[in-house]
Design a protein around this ligand. Structure first.
Ligand SMILES: O=CC(=O)O
Length: 363
């Protein structure tokens, strides 16, 4: 694969300008070339929150308005300059930016109400994140059922044949899926293939053809999913109604010896309550990729042997950046051609009534 930095000094004057955070270095050269015929890219390298906000202000001052701001993730940057709020992107928004397209499925780091009320689309990258997150979730469910982290610790410590806590049989276990969006459905597909019974809780019921495909998955109430799940896996976005969805009271209502898996967002679980439930044995094991106060992990989780802990890396495989950066650019391309990105998470208020043709930047 060719890695092609985009030029920050394209000549064409009449092309709409697009500001990017980092280079889309993993995108196929031909695709990038086609987009460079449509727009003029300006690149800034990400920094801390305040420093990035200043770089954005400087870019606007120097170049005038940008039609879009694209955020490309890079491995070398360990921390993100978020939150993506008025302080970070206010200068862009005020200068007429219509689209912010960002790598990543979650968008809790962006002030969506601010963007919506200022007429700006926010687009995420659900497709590239979904497959990797679902694959990692399946792996973590199997790890937690088998107690592989405890067994590995035994092996490393030379403890042989320690069968105090035997693996649970995947084929005789029920997985409860909270949130049946793209990721939840892929997890259902994976775990059905492993022979698990699937139950799910979601805002709305899936078409019966989907339920059939997942081995007659059952749509259940929130209370029912707590008491019937052997493994509970969370795939909801983080918002005010899902913050601490799992808390002291819900843990108390779950079946004894439940397994908790979370690859969505940490604050969906009240971590203190989870630690208590792991200590009491109410929760047999937890497999987590996300934490309430990232990048800090609760000391009680680190200490516990019955946890499998990953550093928010469920999506991180060798090809994610290529797919994610391409998905960000596809959002831009769709927006330029139709006035709407492929995967908007909001409907900007001032534009809700406009016809999409009215917003096209490219005929
Ligand atoms: O956390 C990862 C994502 O939101 O894609």
């Amino acid at each position: 694969m060719t890695r092609t930095p985009i030029s920050s000094a394209n000549e064409a004057i009449l092309k709409p300008k697009v500001l990017t955070m980092n280079n889309p270095s993993y995108v196929e050269k031909e695709y990038l070339g086609r987009l460079q015929e449509l727009v003029e890219f300006h690149v800034l390298e990400q920094d801390g929150h305040e420093a990035t906000a200043q770089k954005i202000k400087d870019a606007v001052e120097k170049n005038g308005s940008f039609v879009a701001f694209l955020v490309f993730m890079e491995w070398k940057h360990k921390e993100r300059p978020f939150p993506l709020n008025e302080n970070l992107v206010g200068s862009l928004v005020d200068s007429g930016c219509d689209l912010i397209a960002c790598g990543g499925a979650g968008f809790d780091w962006a002030d969506i109400p601010y963007l919506t009320s200022h007429g700006v689309y926010y687009a995420n990258t659900p497709d590239s994140a979904a497959v990797r997150t679902a694959d990692s979730t399946a792996m973590m469910i199997l790890q937690a059922l088998s107690g592989s982290s405890e067994r590995e610790a035994d092996a490393r410590a030379g403890r042989w044949l320690n069968f105090d806590k035997l693996a649970k049989d995947v084929r005789r276990s029920t997985v409860g899926i909270i949130g049946m969006g793209n990721i939840g459905k892929l997890v259902a597909q994976h775990m059905h293939h492993f022979g698990m019974k699937i139950i799910y809780y979601n805002r709305s019921r899936l078409p019966s053809s989907d339920e059939e495909q997942f081995g007659k998955a059952e749509y259940v109430s929130f209370e029912e999913i707590l008491v019937r799940s052997d493994v509970l896996t969370i795939h909801t976005p983080l918002n005010e109604s899902t913050r601490h969805l799992l808390n002291r009271s819900t843990f108390a209502r779950m079946r004894d010896g439940i397994i908790i898996v979370n690859t969505s967002r940490g604050p969906v679980i009240e971590e203190d309550a989870l630690v208590e439930a792991l200590e009491s044995g109410k929760v047999l094991r937890a497999a987590l990729d996300v934490y309430e106060f990232e990048p800090k992990i609760h000391p009680g989780l680190i200490k516990a042997l019955n946890t499998t802990l990953l550093p928010h890396s469920a999506v991180a495989n060798a090809t994610i950046l290529q797919d994610q950066q391409t998905e960000v650019l596809a959002n831009l391309e769709a927006f330029l051609k139709t006035g709407k990105p492929n995967s908007p998470v909001n409907t900007p208020v001032s534009r809700g009534e406009e016809s999409s043709a009215g917003r096209c930047h490219i005929a």
